[in-house]
Design a protein. Structure first.
Length: 497
């Protein structure tokens, strides 16, 4: 059973523009559209909106492809996959748009507008002063052939405008589950094609949706005002016999809010999707959190898999109210997903981050992988980001000449008393005949807790800082075993001067 008023098999789409870095709002839109299609056993179309030659870049296009692969949001039709309605980059479909515009103009559904920018602004100012809607006033709606010829003789160029019907436009929003109406006076004739011949997204998206059989359009609330324009355009398509005659259903997703309860924008640091990958988020952890920005699987449950989301997701359950992005909760949920990984999968996810930090080779050697496999369980339960593990285990992999102790931790733990503790630890460990966790723990407890009369926290803190370079580290005794006798004693010696 599908969530569809019309009952057509579900075909949902995601059509981002390749401008700049992908952002979290984009990822949430992709996630909800993908989950909707998968829940309804439908088709998910990935399409690239790249007709803005001044802003679209090939680098951004490739980033979109890479990010979708990283997130694991697979598509049934689109770049790299193909499909029956390609190509799936709008820049390769310009002839299609031009042909549709010709048909619309021939049917009187669209017309050339010769108004200059200055003329438009002058008339808009006058409308605002008179308290009237300030959109396009229809000046060129009914030009005679002679008037058109006169404008062209002046050297004027024209844009192509769509002729909006002189009536209100209404639709049922899938997220709000209510009928939304736009008065005819508030939705004026709009531009389909710029004077330079470049089509605008209101045209290209509607044309592609019609040709690709899109049944459901889930997109951001910021595009709500364009919906009546596109609905009227679909109706015009029916009149000219273009497409399959179907009308998509629309759902507008709530805003994602950032700091200060302002809409999260591309300029906000927490919006940069690539930064989350670099910081060590799991795609499943990040997607889990993004799903919570407007939807939940159950009142008392925040952590779930993508498969569970697909099973439970209904677009009517999305909350229409804005959702605030909370980076701490995002990290916590990511940590939950990290702890759900098997030990083998955890190591697999860590390898690229250790290689990026140049702590292991790319590819890693057998010895490096063996050390990482042995060390990873020490931090698995304490890791919220994969980079946390890199920071905590760095001391095991860093070259001797690159090992450094945090200045603040050194000042706090390696004063006169700390040096006395390190000296006692060096002597006790130097006398060990067997270098294993149990022997190390026994020797240090005997020397520092029993011998010096220190509480464990004060006893082991200076040793931890001397060995790992930080007061935050994996368990000390296991760390010493993995680091090995020679490196451990050398680091203690270095602190003693």
């Amino acid at each position: 059973m599908t969530e569809s008023i019309t009952g057509r098999p579900v075909v949902a789409r995601f059509c981002p523009s390749p401008t700049g870095n992908p952002h979290v709002g984009m990822a949430r839109t992709a996630l909800f559209s993908w989950a909707f299609a998968r829940h309804n056993k439908g088709t998910f179309v990935f399409r690239i909106e790249d007709t803005d030659t001044s802003r679209d870049t090939e680098e951004s296009y490739q980033l979109l492809i890479d990010v979708m692969h990283w997130l694991g949001l697979d598509w049934d039709q689109g770049p790299e996959v193909g499909g029956p309605n390609g190509p799936y980059r709008q820049s390769e479909r310009l002839d299609i748009y031009a042909d549709v515009v010709d048909k619309l103009r021939a049917a009187g559904k669209a017309y050339p507008c010769y108004c200059t920018a200055a003329e438009l602004e002058h008339r808009r100012d006058a409308a605002r002063r008179a308290g009237r809607p300030s959109g396009y006033d229809g000046k060129c709606r009914s030009l005679t052939p002679e008037e058109k010829a006169a404008f062209e003789s002046e050297g004027r160029t024209f844009v192509t405008r769509f002729r909006m019907p002189d009536r209100d436009v209404s639709f049922t929003d899938l997220v709000r589950n209510e009928v939304i109406s736009f008065g005819a006076e508030n939705v004026q004739d709009y531009v389909l094609v710029r004077a330079n011949g470049h089509p605008l997204y209101t045209l290209t998206n509607a044309v592609d949706d019609a040709l690709m059989g899109i049944t459901h359009v889930l997109r951001g609330e910021d595009l709500l005002s364009s919906t009546p324009r596109q609905i009227a355009l679909y109706e015009a398509f029916r009149d000219i016999g273009f497409g399959d005659g179907g009308m998509p259903e629309f759902g507008h997703l709530p805003y994602v809010m950032g700091q200060g309860n302002k809409k999260l924008s591309k300029r906000d640091p927490e919006s940069n999707l690539l930064a989350y990958r670099d910081q060590g988020f799991l795609p499943e952890g990040l997607l889990n959190y993004l799903a919570l920005l407007g939807w939940s699987i159950a009142k008392d449950r925040d952590v779930f898999s993508l498969a569970e989301m697909v099973e439970a997701f209904r677009i009517g359950d999305v909350n229409a109210n804005p959702a605030r992005f909370d980076i701490k909760k995002c990290q916590a949920i990511n940590g939950d997903h990290i702890r759900m990984l098997s030990p083998e999968e955890f190591v697999k996810r860590l390898v690229p981050y250790f290689a990026s930090a140049r702590l292991i080779g790319d590819p890693a050697s057998d010895e490096e992988l063996a050390l990482l496999t042995a060390a990873a369980p020490l931090v698995h339960e304490r890791t919220n980001l994969l980079t946390d593990a890199v920071d905590m285990l760095r001391f095991l992999f860093v070259a001797d000449g690159d090992f450094a102790i945090d200045d603040a931790d050194s000042a706090k733990n390696l004063g006169e008393g700390g040096i006395t503790t390190v000296r006692a630890a060096h002597k006790a460990l130097g006398n060990l005949s067997s270098w294993d966790t149990e022997s190390i723990e026994t020797a240090l407890r005997d020397a520092l807790v029993e011998g010096l009369g220190l509480k464990p926290r004060l006893a082991f803190g200076p040793v931890r800082v001397a060995i790992t370079g930080s007061r935050i580290s994996p368990p000390l005794f296991e760390s010493l075993e993995l680091l090995g006798r020679d490196k451990s004693l050398a680091r203690l010696t270095a602190v003693l001067g």
